[in-house]
Structure formats: structure tokens, C-alpha cells
Write a protein that binds this ligand. Structure first.
Ligand code: C5P
Length: 229
């Protein structure tokens, strides 16, 4: 039986750090699905493709040639590219600006969905965070969470993460950028960001990080109480 905790929500809602802490607490692997889309975007940019006009029949073979896949690294399942962890190559502004367009291509999504489902089917218990995890990738997940926070709170956190001063102008610009990515992710035809049926909605603006993690850990502990590892 697949064991999955699905955490969806808009950009910078704290999904990844929350998912990682939840995974550690319950002994599951953390899978950040956004990292996979970012790695696919890195491959597209390296091949000088126009992110707005991706041909999946070109992109996906190059990704496979470069060995793009999810691998176990400690307690995470992370993308590797050319035999090394892709993490250091996927967080920059060029990838961030292009990733919504690349991830809107249906064949790109199917490829990513297949990679993620294969690992869960192999028996890796996973906490997966993304936009469509509870709706499309793992609708059968035992625990589904929709994590939201106001654009203001998300912008402040994102700036803090980057070590930038959170002055009001920077927060405003960052909040606009996040809102734009939310709009793109929520309005696309394929796998738009939305709350899954049966998902617990958690508003992280009002909770501390620890409280947010604890709410999900509690839900996971009761959902998996009767399942044998
Ligand atoms: O979570 P993160 O900001 O790293 O995700 C980067 C982008 O990848 C998102 O803006 C979205 O376009 C795409 N994504 C997606 N589906 C997911 C996870 C991420 O389309 N499940």
C-alpha cells in the first residue's frame, strides 16, 4: 500500500520546510515536487529552449539523457542531474521565472507524475509537497493538506529566507511576484492549484512553524496508526 501525505499550496507558503519537518517527525521521505519541475526547467534553459514554447518531444529525451531522476539522499527524494544533486542549480531567478511555463505543458506533467508515483509504488512512504499532489498525483493520499498564507506573510518569509532586508517596498514587489505565479498556477488548464477534496486547510499566517507542523503530524499519526510499515 502506498503511504502518502500530500501538501499543496501557493508559492512560498512554507510547504517544503513544513513537509520536510513532517517527514522527519513521522519517518517518511520528503519529496518536493517543485524541485522536479525546476530541474526540468534547468534542462530546458541549458538547451536554450524558449520556456514559453516548450516542445516536450525535445525536452524529455534531453532530460533522460542527462539522467534526470529522483534519488534517495538522506531523508529526501531529490532530483539528480548528470549524476549529481540538482539542488544547487534550480533555485535561481532564471529557473523561478520560467518554471510556471514549463510545468504547464501536459507531457511534462505526465513525466513528473510518473516519476513520483513510481517511488511511492516501490514502497517509499512519502510526504510530497506541490500544487496538484492531493488532486492529481496522489488523490488516494491518506492525508491531504492545503497550506495557505497571505501574500504579505509569504513575501516576508521568502525575503528572510534569502537573507534580504524585509523593507516594505521589497515586500510589496515580492508579494506581487508571488501573486503572479499563483495566478499562473491556479488558472492553467492542466492540474491547476486548488484544494483537494478531503484536504485539511491550514492557514499558516496565524500559526507558528512548529504549530503548523504539529497539526499535520497529528493528522498523519492518526491516519497511519493502523497501517503496517
Ligand atoms: O514549489 P516551487 O515554488 O519550487 O514550485 C515551482 C513551480 O513548479 C511552481 O510555481 C509551479 O509552476 C510548478 N509546480 C507544479 N506542480 C507541482 C509543484 C510545482 O506545477 N506539484
Amino acid at each position: 500500500m502506498m503511504r502518502v501525505v500530500a501538501i499543496d499550496g501557493p508559492a512560498a507558503s512554507g510547504k517544503s520546510s513544513t513537509a520536510h519537518a513532517v517527514a522527519q517527525a513521522i519517518g517518511f521521505y520528503h519529496l518536493d515536487s517543485g524541485a522536479l519541475y525546476r530541474a526540468l526547467t534547468r534542462v530546458a534553459l541549458d538547451a536554450a529552449m524558449d520556456p514559453g514554447a516548450i516542445n516536450p518531444a525535445e525536452l524529455l529525451p534531453i532530460a533522460e539523457q542527462r539522467g534526470l531522476a529522483l534519488r534517495v539522499e538522506g531523508d529526501t527524494l531529490s532530483p539528480v542531474l548528470d549524476g549529481t544533486p540538482a539542488e544547487g542549480l534550480i533555485r535561481g531567478p532564471a529557473v523561478t521565472a520560467a518554471v510556471s511555463a514549463v510545468s504547464a505543458v501536459p507531457e511534462v506533467r505526465t513525466w513528473a507524475d510518473t516519476a513520483m508515483r513510481a517511488l511511492a509504488a516501490e514502497g517509499y512512504p512519502v510526504v510530497v509537497d506541490g500544487r496538484d499532489i492531493g488532486t492529481i498525483v496522489f488523490p488516494e493520499a491518506q492525508v491531504k493538506v492545503f497550506l495557505v498564507a497571505t501574500p504579505q506573510v509569504r513575501a516576508e518569509r521568502r525575503l528572510m529566507q534569502r537573507g534580504e532586508a524585509a523593507d516594505s517596498e521589497l515586500v510589496r514587489v515580492e508579494a506581487e511576484r508571488l501573486a503572479e505565479r499563483d495566478r499562473a498556477d491556479s488558472s492553467r488548464a492542466v492540474a491547476p492549484l486548488r484544494k483537494a477534496e478531503g484536504a485539511i486547510e491550514i492557514d499558516g499566517s496565524a500559526l507558528s512553524f512548529e504549530e503548523q507542523v504539529e497539526r499535520i503530524v497529528d493528522a498523519a499519526r492518526s491516519a497511519f496508526r493502523n497501517s503496517t510499515p
